[in-house]
Design a protein around this ligand. Structure first.
Ligand SMILES: [Zn+2]
Length: 207
C-alpha cells in the first residue's frame, strides 16, 4: 500500500477521538499522521523488517492507549497515536503485495517480518501492490470524511495525500521501467548501495 493510504487510514482512525476530545485534536491527529508513515522509513534498510513490528507493534499501541487514558498529557497522547498509527500501518502491509521490484508479478512471499516468530508473513494481496487501482480507491475512500471534517493545515495534508495517491497510481508501473533504464547508467559503487529488490537481470549481474 502507498504511504499516503497509510497516512489517510491513520488519520481516519484518529479522527473520532479528535472530535470527541477537541482539546487533544492536534496531538491525536499529528501523532497518528506521523505514526502511520513512520515504519516505511526503513525503505532503504531492511524494508518491512527494521521498523515493522506486526506483533509487538499492536501490543505497544495498546500500552500507549492505556498510558494516554491514565495520563492524558498531550505528549503522552501524541506518543500513543504514533504507536497506534504505526501498528495500523504494519498490520495493513500484510494485506498488500510482496517485497519485490514489480509486486504485481506476485512472486514474493514476503509482506512483513514477524520478529517474534522470526519469519516473514506472506502477503495476502487484497491490495495487489502499492499504487494499484484498489489502493488508489481505498486512499480516496479514506480521504472523504477527513476532507469534510478537517480544516486548515490538516485539510491540505489530506488533499495533498489524495492528489499524490492518484498521480502515483497513474505512474506506478511505468516508473519501474524508467527506474531500471536509469539505473543502467548508475556507477557500480552506487548500485551496490541499493536494496537488491531494485536490481534485476543485468543490473544484478554488475554487482
Ligand atoms: Zn510499510
Amino acid at each position: 500500500m502507498m504511504a499516503t493510504t497509510h497516512l489517510l487510514a491513520g488519520l481516519l482512525v484518529a479522527l473520532p477521538v479528535a472530535l470527541v476530545y477537541p482539546s487533544f485534536a492536534m496531538p491525536v491527529l499529528i501523532g497518528a499522521a506521523v505514526g502511520s508513515v513512520l515504519p516505511d522509513l526503513d525503505l532503504y534498510y531492511g524494508h518491512r523488517r527494521t521498523l515493522h513490528y506486526p506483533t509487538i507493534g499492536p501490543v505497544l499501541a495498546i500500552f500507549g492507549a492505556i498510558g494516554a487514558i491514565l495520563y492524558p498529557h498531550p505528549w503522552v497522547v501524541a506518543t500513543a497515536f504514533v504507536l497506534i498509527g504505526a501498528a495500523i500501518h504494519v498490520r495493513m502491509d500484510i494485506y498488500g503485495g510482496g517485497l519485490e521490484l514489480r509486486p504485481w508479478a506476485g512472486t514474493s512471499d514476503r509482506a512483513v517480518y514477524d520478529h517474534l516468530r522470526g519469519e516473514w508473513i506472506a502477503p495476502r494481496r487484497l491490495v495487489r501492490y502499492d499504487g494499484a487501482p484498489e489502493d488508489v480507491l481505498m486512499a480516496t475512500t479514506f480521504a472523504v470524511v477527513p476532507l469534510l471534517v478537517l480544516d486548515g493545515l490538516l485539510w491540505y495534508l489530506v488533499a495533498a495525500a489524495l492528489v499524490i495517491s492518484i498521480l502515483y497510481g497513474l505512474v506506478r508501473k511505468p516508473i519501474v521501467d524508467l527506474g531500471v533504464i536509469l539505473l543502467r547508467h548508475v556507477p557500480r559503487p552506487i548500485l551496490m548501495m541499493l536494496p537488491v529488490r531494485y536490481l534485476e537481470g543485468e543490473l544484478a549481474d554488475r554487482l
